[in-house]
Design a protein around this ligand. Structure first.
Ligand SMILES: CC(C)(COP(=O)(O)OP(=O)(O)OC[C@H]1O[C@@H](n2cnc3c(N)ncnc32)[C@H](O)[C@@H]1OP(=O)(O)O)[C@@H](O)C(=O)NCCC(=O)NCCS
Length: 320
C-alpha cells in the first residue's frame, strides 16, 4: 500500500476506533485494512478531508468445503472504514464506487454470487445508504457478553443432556442437516449436492478432535437436540469481530421440530453456557438469519444481542 494511502488508513482508523468505542464496547479495535483486489476506494467529504475507505475482496469458496453451503460460491466483500458520526454520505459514495467496480468484473455477473458488507449493528446512520444500494440485511452476528445471566426454570422432565461422542455420528449429522435445511428458507444456507457428505465428514472430525464441545439432549434415549461450539482455538476465523479474549463460536443449535416450544432449547443452551463459563470463555458469538422467526427471539432470551449485521446483494450484479 503506498505511504499516502497508509497515512489515510491510519488516520481514519484512529477516528473509527474512537467512534466504535462510543458505539459498542464489544467491537474490536479497527485492524489494518485487508489486502484488496485494487487500491482502496476513497470517499472525500465536502471539506476535502478523507471520510471513508473501502477495500474490495473477491473470494471463491471451493465446492468441496462446507463454507459453500453457507452462502454464495463467489463473494465480493467490501470492508469499510467511516470517519464521521453521520456515516451515510461516505457509505453512499463508497457503495456507488463499488457498484461501478463490480460492473467491470465479468465474474460478478454470475448467479451464484453475492456482494457482502459486514456492518456494526449499532452503526445506524448508514443503514439508509445500504438499503438504497439494494443490500438486504441477511444475517446477524450476535454476542453473549461475559457473565450475562438469564432466568432458568426447571428443565423438561426426562431430559438428559450429555456430551456427544464418535458413536453419535449419525444423530449429529442428521441434526446438523436439520439446521442447513431450516436456514435455507431464509437464504442463510444454500444446500449443495456435496453438503450431506461434507457435514458428515466435518461432524466426524469434530467428534474426534473436540470431545466435550458437542452436546446432545435426549428424551427416552432418543437424541432430540444438538449444540455444537467451536472452542477459541477453532474460532479464530471470527474472533477478530470482537475485542480480544477467549472467544467461542456457537456453530449449531437445533431441536427436532416436534420437540420445540417445551423448553428443550433453553435447557440445552443453559447447560452449554454453564460449561463455557466454567472453561473461562469470555464471549460467545453466533450467527442467525435476520428473519428466522424462532432463532432471533430465542437467542435474545438466552442473553445474546446483535454485534454485526451482514448485508448482501444476491447475485452481486443486483447491487445498485
Ligand atoms: C431456535 C430453537 C433451537 C429453539 O428451541 P426450543 O426448544 O423450541 O426453545 P424453547 O422451548 O426453550 O423456547 C421456545 C418457545 O417455547 C416457549 N416455552 C418454553 N418452555 C415452555 C413450556 N414449558 N411451556 C410452554 N412454552 C414454553 C418459550 O417461552 C419460547 O416461546 P416463544 O417462541 O413465544 O418465544 C428451535 O426452534 C429450532 O431448532 N429451530 C430451528 C433451527 C434454528 O433456527 N436454529 C437456530 C439457528 S441460529
Amino acid at each position: 500500500m503506498p505511504w499516502l494511502v497508509r497515512d489515510v488508513v491510519n488516520d481514519i482508523n484512529k477516528a473509527v476506533a474512537r467512534r466504535w468505542r462510543g458505539l459498542d464496547l464489544l467491537l474490536p479495535e479497527p485492524s489494518d485494512l485487508p489486502e484488496g483486489c485494487m487500491a482502496p476506494l476513497l470517499s472525500v467529504a465536502e471539506n476535502g478531508r478523507p471520510s471513508g475507505l473501502g477495500v474490495c475482496h473477491h473470494r471463491h469458496v471451493p465446492a468441496d468445503t462446507l463454507a459453500q453451503t453457507w452462502g454464495a460460491a463467489t463473494k465480493f466483500m467490501l470492508t469499510v472504514r467511516l470517519r464521521e458520526a453521520d456515516t451515510r454520505p461516505a457509505t453512499d459514495d463508497l457503495l456507488t464506487q463499488w457498484r461501478d467496480h463490480l460492473e467491470t468484473q465479468p465474474e460478478a455477473k454470475a448467479d451464484d454470487t453475492a456482494a457482502i458488507v459486514n456492518w456494526p449493528a449499532r452503526e445506524v446512520t448508514g443503514v439508509q445508504a445500504l438499503l438504497r444500494h439494494g443490500l438486504q440485511p441477511m444475517a446477524v452476528i450476535a454476542a453473549r457478553p461475559p457473565g450475562r445471566t438469564v432466568p432458568s426454570p426447571a428443565p423438561p422432565p426426562g431430559l438428559v443432556i450429555r456430551p456427544a461422542g464418535p458413536g453419535d455420528l449419525g444423530s449429529v449429522t442428521e441434526l446438523e442437516l436439520g439446521v442447513v435445511r431450516y436456514d435455507a428458507h431464509f437464504g442463510g444456507s444454500v444446500p449443495r449436492s456435496a453438503t450431506e457428505a461434507l457435514v458428515r465428514a466435518e461432524s466426524q472430525a469434530a467428534l474426534a478432535k473436540r470431545p466435550g464441545w458437542i452436546w446432545l439432549a435426549e428424551r427416552d434415549g432418543q437424541p432430540v437436540a444438538l449444540t455444537v461450539v467451536e472452542p477459541p482455538e477453532s474460532a479464530t476465523w471470527i474472533a477478530g469481530m470482537t475485542r480480544p479474549g477467549a472467544t467461542a463460536y456457537l456453530q449449531t443449535m437445533f431441536v427436532r421440530p416436534g420437540e420445540r416450544s417445551g423448553g428443550i432449547g433453553a435447557s440445552l443452551v443453559r447447560h452449554v453456557h454453564d460449561q463455557l463459563d466454567a472453561r473461562g470463555i469470555d464471549l460467545t458469538l453466533l450467527h442467525y438469519a435476520q428473519v428466522n422467526p424462532v432463532s432471533a427471539p430465542f437467542w435474545h432470551r438466552m442473553g445474546y444481542r446483535p454485534l454485526w449485521s451482514t448485508w448482501e446483494a444476491r447475485p452481486a450484479s443486483t447491487l445498485r
